[in-house]
Design a protein around this ligand. Sequence first.
Ligand SMILES: [Zn+2]
Length: 315
Amino acid sequence: MKLPRISSRLVKIIWMANLGLGLILGLAAGSLWLNNASGHPVFASAPEHTPTPLIQWTPGPFFRPSATPASHNTVEDTNTSGPYGPYIIGTSFSGRPIVVYRFGTGARERLIVAGIHGGNEWNTVVLAYQLIDYLSANPDTVPADKTLYILPLLNPDGAARAHDRTGRVNDRGVDLNRNWPYRWAAEWDREGCWNYLPTSAGEYAGSEPETQTLMAFIEKHNFDALISYHSAALGIFAGGVPTLPESDRLARALEKVSPYSYPPMDTGCNYTGNLADWASSVHGIAAVDIELRNHRDSDFEENLRVLKTFLNWEP
Ligand SMILES: [Zn+2]
């Protein structure tokens, strides 16, 4: 697949920025991590249920997701028509900006979130920027009655740390998709769940600045549908416990145009405190988690079809 020119340049800049930052933070991490018997890194202060951060980072240079940082804004300009952004809606634990892009001006709002698992699922961030580039070049993709928001990277600290499994959590060692205030649990059975490294659900539900930022953003808006991108390979998850009927219908519609299976693979994991369940069960938003096929490819062509179906879908 040939990327648009802006996209490849942008992605390269992001990679370079991250490589540099990752190197610095990686060196810092080296002094904070211990090695367990199997040689896998573990967080140095990893006792569970502790209110203290699992890892404490010194705030580093801002991660800049754009080649044109001057265009960053702290407030959304609601008078601007057409593509708009990036604008900052909050900051991560270590002070990196969390940005959003907006397309269209219709009354009905939809949201795409990527990178909630940071560097561990880096390809979802690449996909989000490819969709942003596509929509910038093809703004008519968004129907007249819709406004689409894309938040390409909810966990910039994790993405800056590393593009592997050590980049999954935020700078306090929290899995941001376990921190939402619906079915939140401090601990869960790790069997069948992601368990490569120690992770935390946070001190309490909604404890993390990244979670708080997106919660406030969602509560300020009136979204009727949401996609949260992950990787890899499990399929499409419909939000809500019990599953919201609208989430189920959205998942079925997206399954038809994508290679991702619905229902998803059942590994027996209990996904406590996740974004999609919170959005559906607390706010009645049709929400799905989509898992890309692997940790490497962005599946752009497949998700362009997903995007168009998502934008034209009716609850
Ligand atoms: Zn994930």
